[in-house]
Design a protein around this ligand. Sequence first.
Ligand SMILES: [Cu+2]
Length: 113
Amino acid sequence: MRFIIKARPAAGYMTLRNEGDKAVTLTGASSPACGMLMLHQSKEKKGVETMRDTASVPVPPHGTASFAPGGYHLMCMQPQANMKVGASVPVTLTFTNGQTVTAQFPVKGPGGK
Ligand SMILES: [Cu+2]
């Protein structure tokens, strides 16, 4: 989770790995450290990076989906008090098959530290 200041959304990056034989689709995320946690996708258009909501992110069977700067990311709106550099915050991911996965995200500062 990249946290800048409370007044700005924090961005979350990760790699999803699907070890199953069927594709799974990430459809949502939530965290007690965020007022709202959204799935976003960044796109570069004429040298300008824009981002928009994305409803779902597919993860192919035996494949990965990466969330990284310039692409998919989690957008944490209204970071809460437990979002602090050096801490970890839980994020729950929801998939179309009904499965949820909760992972701890270390919180890093603007420079990734
Ligand atoms: Cu975003």
